[in-house]
Structures are given as structure tokens and as C-alpha cells.
Design a protein around this ligand. Structure first.
Ligand code: FAD
Ligand code: MLT
Ligand code: ZN
Length: 480
């Protein structure tokens, strides 16, 4: 984290605040200390300040707030659950921006179990959207550890990935329709629930992953899936990342449709979870160098998943690639195993400062990524705690580094670019990406020219210029 001096606070635009209060109501415009919770990010990297936080209650109010801010030339930071890992929803430190929170847009507008679609507003949490789908007998197949806080708008604005991408794709793949307020204050009303709709540019896909720089998503239509009727979860201790990959390819070879999640965890990361998270314990005989969590699911009740799991694991235990394994016997045990995976980010946060590298490589190259990046980081900073984990089935590893125990937090974070660039060099050599699912946000725009320069970045800039000529939507994020 490069340290910068705190800039002086810009005086608030009192005329704008008065106009916003008149339109949205007194209680929907927060200032002063009431904005604190919206200005600090989940990782504690940014301590921004906002001129105000506005909390409109519906799409029209969002559009009016945008029009007022544009009239006054005040920039807007859209915010959902504020769980961004890259400072995407954090306002600048000079207090010149308005944070526009979508958290009051919480209506489930409709659900159709035959079409298998869910129409929800942006402020509905991912967890609440999953629950609504479940009540209708369907599955919203998007799952991330932050789902209790992350909101649909934020999940789409970042094109979130998560634990089920290996089977169902990223958030983008689930979006049939979208409603958004554009920087000119107009409302793009595309809440269609069609499986097929080739009518010009797919604007919904432009907005998905645009990180609040092109439009404010106010609602979306999501494609649901049938609920699985059988499910198996196992935790395995493995000797190496190569063994983890071999196990994945064996499951895929035996039944390509069975894998619903395939997650990798390092021994270092697991030790942080069991050491720092209350009630988290390893259900295996002993520790292992690495772990995988495999979840198999099927729409059929007697799909033979248990047999498949046991056969593949028995073979792997025999050839030594799997050192130990446990298969969950109940929902409680499944949840306990998943908790070991889901608490990785929280445990690392408790262990000190982290530098996170949300990288992807072709799945076949994950073992090489882990080996080479581990070697490079250990050489760069002795004592650094190397805790890679994540979505092995997608080739997306969170190559996270926790500060050496004795090193002050600020000293470690001051070297974040150096560490990210060290991992980045390995990722580049393996034809990967520096941003797999968390987005670019405020933390990584400096990497864009190097990784996405030339026509790619130039086209992104032209799109931004066309839609937001005044540069008022989330400035300083995504684009350098
Ligand atoms: P915010 O953090 O509020 O915003 C994120 C970005 O989207 C910002 O740029 C913001 O300006 C923009 N934005 C927010 N709402 C809107 C809107 N309505 N319209 C336009 N722009 C908007 N991510 C993954 O992909 N996979 C994971 O597995 C995963 N696991 C996580 C685990 C933990 C513990 C945490 C803390 C985060 C994790 N994340 C993960 C990152 C993050 O939660 C996701 O990116 C999430 O989708 C962000 O949702 P949010 O509502 O919190 O968005
Ligand atoms: C996760 O998959 O849990 C998050 O995306 C990871 C992180 O903390 O980097
Ligand atoms: Zn992840």
C-alpha cells in the first residue's frame, strides 16, 4: 500500500446537499461521522472521506441523485455491501465525492420457477437473493464468503466469481437483464428475462464488471438453476498442488458434470484458520501440506455421487496423492468443512496485513504458479507467510501473502507493489491475469497499461469517455 499524505478536506457543496435532502428526504443524506462506516474498506486499506452518503430508496431517486450530482459536477462512488477487496467502493480522502449507497433498494421484484428467473434490486444481499431462489425451489448458483454483506449490484458490478464458477460460470453468465442509471441521468431499462435476445450490443455485459465506472446498477434479472437433489462434500489433505490438480482432473474425467466446487487451501492458510477462528478445527488425523475441498452435486437423487467420491478417493489414497480424507455425513459436517474454506480471508485479516494477488492462470498451470510464486516471494521477503488458496477448478488462486510476524504493518504494506509485481511476473510468464474476480478497483489501475495496454485500454477509455464524459462515475477506479 503506497502511503500518501492525507489531502486537505474540500469544502462540501452545501447547495447540492440541500437539493439532495429536498429530493430524497433528510434521513437519506448522511454527513460527518455518520458516513464513517461507508468510507473504510473491508481490508482497512483505505480511510476515505465522503462529502455525504446518499441512500435513495428506488431507481427514480437514484436517477435524480445522479442528475443533481452531475449538475453540481460532484463525483459519485456507487457502493453496495462495501466488501470490495480492491478499494473499489472507497471514496477519495479529500471528501470531494458523494457515496451513493444502494442498500435501500431491497425489493425482490419477481421470481418465476418455470422460467427460472429472479428479478431483484441492487441492494438485495447475495444471501437474501439465494434464499429467495431457494424458497421457489431453485438455486442461485453464485456463492462467495462475503455473501451475507455483498449486494447484487456490487456482485454484478465486479462480475464476482466465487465457489461455484467451476460449474455455473461467473456472475456475468447469470445476468439476463439489467436496469441501471447512466451518468447522464437516464435509466437504462433492460429487465428482460429472455434466454435469447440478440438485439445489438449486449449493454448488460458492458455494465457487468464495469465497477461503477459506467452506470449504477439498480436491478437485474438473474438466471436460476435447478436445485441439486444430492450433494457430497469432502476435505482432503494432499501432498502437493500437482496432486490437487490430478484429483480434480480425475473427478472431471469420471463425471464432468458432477463437480460443483473445487477449492484449494495451503497448509499455512489452514493453520491460520484453525488457530485464529473460534470453533474451526481440522476433521482429519493430522495436518497436511495442502488441502482441497471438493463438492459434488446432481439434480438426481440417486446419482451415485457417494460411490464416485469414495472410489476416486480410495484410488488417490492408495497411490499416495491424497494423504487423508473425510467425507461429510451430514449438513452440519458439510457446513463445518466449508467454514474452514470460507474463513480464510477473515483468518488472514486477523493474522496481520496481507497483500492479495487475485490471479488466474490456465488450470493446468496452477501447480507451476504456486511453486514459482512461492519461491519468488520467499526470496523477496524472508519470513513472509505464503497462503495461496482459492478456486483451483477455475485456475483462480488467491496468492495471498501475510506479513512476517515481526514486521510492522506499514513497513510490509509499503512494499505491496513490489510483492504484487513479483507474483505478477510469474503470472504473466504463465499467460495469466492479475485480476481474476475481485476487479481492479482503486488498488490496481497502475497495472492496467502494462497488462491491458494498446487497443484494449484505449477502447475502454473511449467507452468511458462516451458514457461519462465528465468522469464523475467512480473516478480513479479501474482505469489509470
Ligand atoms: P462493493 O464493495 O460495495 O463495491 C464493489 C464495486 O462495485 C465498487 O467499484 C463499487 O463502486 C461498485 N458497485 C457497487 N454497487 C454497485 C451498483 N449497484 N452499481 C454499480 N456499481 C456498483 N469476490 C469474488 O468475486 N469471489 C469471491 O469468492 C469473493 N470472496 C470474498 C470474500 C470476502 C470475505 C470478502 C470481504 C470479499 C470477497 N470478494 C469475492 C470480493 C467482493 O465481495 C465481491 O467483489 C462482491 O461482489 C462485492 O459486492 P459489494 O456489494 O460488497 O460491492
Ligand atoms: C475468497 O475466495 O474467499 C476471496 O475471494 C479471497 C481473498 O481473501 O482474497
Ligand atoms: Zn475468491
Amino acid at each position: 500500500m503506497q502511503q500518501h499524505a492525507i489531502p486537505p478536506l474540500r469544502p462540501p457543496d452545501t447547495a447540492l446537499l440541500a437539493a439532495l435532502r429536498e429530493r430524497l428526504g433528510e434521513a437519506a443524506v448522511l454527513t460527518g461521522r455518520d458516513t464513517d462506516g461507508y468510507c473504510e474498506d473491508w481490508r482497512g486499506l483505505y480511510h476515505g472521506r465522503a462529502m455525504a452518503v446518499v441512500r435513495p430508496a428506488d431507481t427514480e431517486a437514484v436517477a435524480d441523485a445522479v442528475r443533481l450530482c452531475v449538475q453540481h459536477r460532484v463525483a459519485i462512488v456507487p457502493q453496495g455491501g462495501n466488501t470490495s477487496m480492491v478499494g473499489g467502493a472507497s471514496p477519495h480522502e479529500d471528501g470531494s465525492e458523494i457515496v451513493l449507497s444502494l442498500s435501500r433498494l431491497t425489493r425482490v421484484r419477481g421470481i418465476d420457477a418455470i422460467d427460472m428467473t429472479l428479478s431483484v434490486e441492487a441492494g438485495v444481499t447475495l444471501k437474501a437473493a439465494q434464499d429467495a431462489a431457494r424458497e421457489a425451489g431453485c438455486l442461485l448458483p453464485l456463492s462467495i464468503s462475503a455473501e451475507g454483506s455483498a449486494q447484487i449490484g456490487g456482485v454484478l458490478a465486479t462480475n464476482a466469481g466465487g465457489n461455484n464458477t467451476v460449474r455455473y460460470g461467473n456472475a456475468r453468465e447469470l445476468v439476463l437483464g439489467i436496469e441501471a442509471v447512466l451518468p447522464n441521468g437516464s435509466v437504462l431499462s433492460g429487465m428482460r428475462r429472455l434466454r435469447k435476445d440478440n438485439t445489438g450490443y449486449a449493454l448488460r455485459h458492458l455494465l457487468v464488471g464495469s465497477e461503477g465506472t459506467l452506470g449504477i446498477i439498480t436491478a437485474a434479472v438473474l438466471q436460476l438453476a435447478p436445485r441439486p437433489h444430492s450433494l457430497e462434500v469432502a476435505l482432503c489433505g494432499v501432498a502437493s498442488p500437482e496432486a490437487a490438480l490430478a484429483l480434480f482432473t480425475e473427478f472431471r474425467r469420471r463425471d464432468p458434470s458432477a463437480i460443483q466446487a473445487y477449492e484449494f487451501m495451503s497448509g499455512t492458510g489452514m493453520a491460520l484458520v484453525t488457530g485464529l477462528i473460534e470453533g474451526a478445527s481440522l476433521p482429519l488425523e493430522g495436518t497436511a501440506p495442502h488441502y482441497v475441498l471438493v463438492e459434488l452435486a446432481s439434480g438426481r437423487e440417486s446419482a451415485g455421487l457417494r460411490e464416485l467420491l469414495e472410489e476416486v478417493l480410495a484410488q488417490a489414497l492408495e497411490d499416495g496423492s491424497v494423504l487423508d480424507a473425510v467425507v461429510a455425513e451430514s449438513g452440519v459436517q458439510r457446513a463445518a468443512i466449508w467454514r474452514l474454506r470460507e474463513e480464510h480471508s477473515e483468518a488472514q485479516k486477523r493474522a496481520g496485513a496481507s497483500v492479495k494477488n487475485d490471479v488466474s492462470v490456465p488450470v493446468s498451470r496452477v501447480p507451476e504458479l504456486i511453486a514459482r510464486a512461492t519461491e519468488a516471494c520467499a526470496a523477496l521477503m524472508p519470513g513472509i507467510r505464503i497462503a495461496p488458496f482459492g478456486h483451483l477448478g477455475d485456475g483462480n488462486i488467491h496468492f495471498n501473502l501475510v506479513q512476517p510476524e515481526a514486521m510492522p504493518r506499514e513497513v510490509f504494506l509499503a512494499r505491496d507493489h513490489e510483492i504484487m509485481d513479483t507474483v505478477g511476473a510469474v503470472v504473466r510468464a504463465l499467460d495469466g491475469s492479475f485480476s481474476a474476480e475481485h476487479g481492479v478497483g482503486r488498488l490496481k489501475p497502475y497495472m492496467m497499461p502494462d497488462w491491458r495496454g494498446g487497443a484494449e485500454l484505449d477502447t475502454m477509455r473511449r467507452i468511458k469517455q462516451a458514457l461519462d464524459p465528465l468522469g464523475l462515475f467512480n473516478p480513479g477506479k479501474l482505469l489509470p
